[in-house]
Design a protein around this ligand. Structure first.
Ligand code: FES
Length: 161
């Protein structure tokens, strides 16, 4: 019966169902629609689309890796970077650079796609907030994220991972 209904009326969240809801008004099934995935942050688009590559002529300090060109992010922006096989979030906090684990301890949300306000990084999934200076969670005391030392050498942002 449900297959026949699907064939006649379309999938519950499909195009025909949405058109029907638009014409006839909202229905209960609208509440079950998944939330829209957040758009990729401006910082990620900028770094990817404008080709702001990390400088190649810089020797990072011992234990550090070059991760970004210092012009890749404006103050207040954060981005996910994969370095040494590890996903980290790198943030420009008013010209001071910070790096932390990209995975939120709540449910693995991508912190590099989060929102940055001062030193506070907000997870894009459920809004947990973290202080980038020490990795403490402001929403759930006792939870933390790993933070990594950052050095700027010439035009290169270098992170010790
Ligand atoms: S995954 Fe980050 S708050 Fe839920």
């Amino acid at each position: 019966m449900s297959l026949l209904r699907t064939l006649l009326l379309g999938r519950e969240n499909g195009l025909r169902a949405r058109l029907k809801r638009r014409v006839l008004g909202g229905g209960a099934s609208e509440e079950r629609a998944p939330p829209p995935r957040p758009a990729r942050p401006v910082a990620a688009e900028k770094a990817l689309n404008l080709g702001v590559e990390p400088p190649k002529d810089v020797t990072p300090p011992d234990g550090y890796e070059v991760v970004l060109h210092k012009n890749a992010l404006e103050p207040g922006e954060v981005i996910e970077v994969i370095i040494a096989g590890k996903a980290i979030a790198v943030a420009n906090v008013g010209g001071a650079w910070h790096a932390c684990s990209n995975a939120c301890p709540h449910a693995e949300g991508p912190l590099g796609e989060g929102r940055l306000e001062g030193h506070v990084l907000t997870c894009p999934y459920h809004g947990w907030q973290f202080d980038l200076r020490d990795g403490t969670c402001l929403t759930s005391p006792g939870d933390t994220i790993a933070t990594y030392p950052v050095e700027v050498v010439g035009d290169a942002v270098c992170v010790a991972v």
